[in-house]
Write a protein that binds this ligand. Structure first.
Ligand code: ADP
Ligand code: TRP
Length: 321
């Protein structure tokens, strides 16, 4: 099964991103033919600063490699390294009725938030369709906000295929309902926009401890048993624990011998240890940008072959000499 995931580089990754999106993706590469790319042309639609876009793009590449995207198993590339996608985007535009884009929620939401309307923002779903259709994607794992974009892709592909024959594979979206929404330090959905996130890559253990100390907990005095159910510290800690270790932690809560401060320390250790290997890899990649470039070039070369083959068929079908 050919699976495609596209990632917009949007800054520091937090634990919600990890458990909600990255871990399931990293597990996928063991089972499926996974294609993963950093969608920097898409990020351009909302970028204001060239330097920042470059940094965010590079950081996203490094973060994904460090956290477990394995270029030996997964085709991993940068969107802008495969410009064939822009040719397909143009050709697909001809099969995209205005009304289809005018109905796109994500466009309407962005305009409502005050982002100035421009053509790139409006035609964003056509570029996403090109990403998906270029490589005959069968499944696209997405968050709920992106389902409509996969539906738009199907509509465009159907219109094309009806006129020119079965050139494109119709993709399906996959929403992982099992993945729970991870709560932040205030108990609300963890999000970089709510200032309630715990980042995966904190610079120092001390800073991570400070962040964990900010987790809102109730104020049971030391010496009394604590309730783990509904406790933000417990909820985050349990993401890192198997069933046996969860029960151990529950016992510690009930024993009354420890207070929230102890559990915040314990949580810091869990997080710090979980990402120890990723942190080392990240240091390595940050210090070896040439190696990162080589990995991206390998991915782009693989993609170029697939893209050229597909584009030859598409050009032939529509009559581009
Ligand atoms: P944020 O809300 O911090 O801006 P994004 O919208 O960039 O996060 O999300 C990137 C990916 O991480 C998406 O697939 C999204 O579903 C997942 N994700 C983000 N926050 C959470 C969370 N709190 N719990 C589970 N998954 C999350
Ligand atoms: N629009 C997606 C997002 O914001 C990113 C993306 C771009 C994508 N192209 C894609 C996702 C193709 C899946 C397939 O999350």
């Amino acid at each position: 099964m050919r699976v495609l995931t596209g990632i917009q580089a949007s800054g520091k990754l937090h634990i919600g991103n990890y458990f909600g999106a990255m871990k399931p993706m990293i597990e996928l590469q063991e089972k499926e033919e996974l294609f993963t790319f950093i969608a920097n042309y898409h990020s351009l639609t909302t970028s204001k600063n060239a330097k920042l876009l470059k940094e965010l793009t590079f950081d996203a590449v490094v973060d994904y490699l460090s956290l477990g995207i394995d270029p030996k198993k997964t085709t991993f590339w940068l969107q802008s390294d495969v410009p064939q996608v822009l040719e397909l985007y143009w050709i697909l535009s001809k099969f995209t009725p205005m009304g289809l884009l005018e109905r796109a929620h994500s466009y309407k939401d962005k305009i409502a938030k005050g982002i100035p309307a421009n053509h790139a923002l409006f035609s964003y779903p056509v570029l996403m369709a090109a990403d998906i259709l270029l490589i005959d994607t069968q499944k696209v794992p997405v968050g709920k906000d992106q389902i409509q974009h996969v539906e738009i892709t199907r509509d465009i592909a159907t219109k094309f295929n009806n006129e020119y024959g079965e050139i494109f594979t119709l993709p399906e979206h996959v929403v992982n309902e099992e993945v729970a929404t991870i709560a932040g330090i205030d108990g609300q959905k963890m999000s970089k926009s709510y200032d309630n996130a715990i980042d995966i890559f904190m610079e120092t253990e001390k800073k991570l401890q400070k962040r964990c100390n900010k987790i809102i907990s109730s104020s049971t005095p030391l010496g009394e048993p604590l309730e783990y159910e509904g406790c933000n510290i417990y909820n985050i800690a349990s993401l890192f624990l198997d069933d046996e270790r969860k029960v151990e932690l529950q016992k510690r809560y009930k024993s009354g011998k420890e207070g929230y401060g102890h559990f915040k320390k314990y949580l810091k250790e869990l997080i710090w240890n979980e990402f120890a290997e990723a942190r080392e890899k990240r240091e390595y990649y940050l210090n070896h940008p040439d190696i990162v470039r080589d990995i991206l070039n390998d991915g782009a070369n693989k993609m170029q072959k697939i893209a050229d083959e597909k584009m030859a068929k598409v050009r032939e079908a529509v009559g581009i000499l």
